[in-house]
Design a protein around this ligand. Structure first.
Ligand code: THU
Length: 157
């Protein structure tokens, strides 16, 4: 059994590495739209779905989950990152998130940081303006390398 409880399709692989191609972006879009359908967004009425794939071809998804205490609502990316870690971790290489119309939306600032931790500067994001690497979406990012540089504890080996 796969480590994911979700019924995800198989990502296109090339020698064990995910192949970033049109088929993959279509799969990510479809999974993000499906995840958006599970969103709990009664306050904003702005459901969001997100999907990403790891370097070894595992999909992860998330949807936004709001709360009557408005400020503690969770973005779709929070659920996605939580699923990533729960299902074995790994490096995110491609990401898409959608609004209720299935259109690309730009991840909020906090979620850019969340995604940076698990995908780094090379993570590719499907944005309204097209496919864009994280180094353009979150330039000069703070990351685990900065902590390592001064001998602090980071998630890096
Ligand atoms: N939202 C996300 O899920 N991800 C983002 O990157 C931007 C915003 C959600 C949060 C809130 O539930 C709704 O969209 C409106 O802001």
């Amino acid at each position: 059994m796969s480590r994911n409880s979700m019924n995800y399709p198989s990502a296109p692989l090339n020698g064990g590495e995910v192949e970033i191609c049109e088929q993959l972006w279509n799969q990510l879009h479809e999974l993000a739209v499906e995840a958006m359908g599970s969103a709990y967004a009664p306050y904003s009425r702005y459901p969001v779905g997100a999907a990403a794939v790891t370097a070894d071809g595992r999909f992860v998804t998330g949807c936004n989950v709001e709360n009557a205490a408005y400020g503690i609502g969770l973005c779709a990316e929070c659920g996605l990152v939580s699923e990533l870690v729960r299902t074995g971790g790994g490096r995110l290489v491609a990401f898409a998130c959608v609004n209720s119309q299935g259109e690309a939306l730009v991840p909020c600032g906090r979620c850019r940081q969340l995604l940076y931790e698990h995908g780094g500067a090379e993570l590719l994001l499907w944005m309204p303006a097209g496919i864009t690497p994280m180094k353009e979406v979150l330039p000069a990012a703070f990351g685990p390398e900065d902590i390592l540089k001064v001998g602090g504890n980071s998630g890096l080996e």
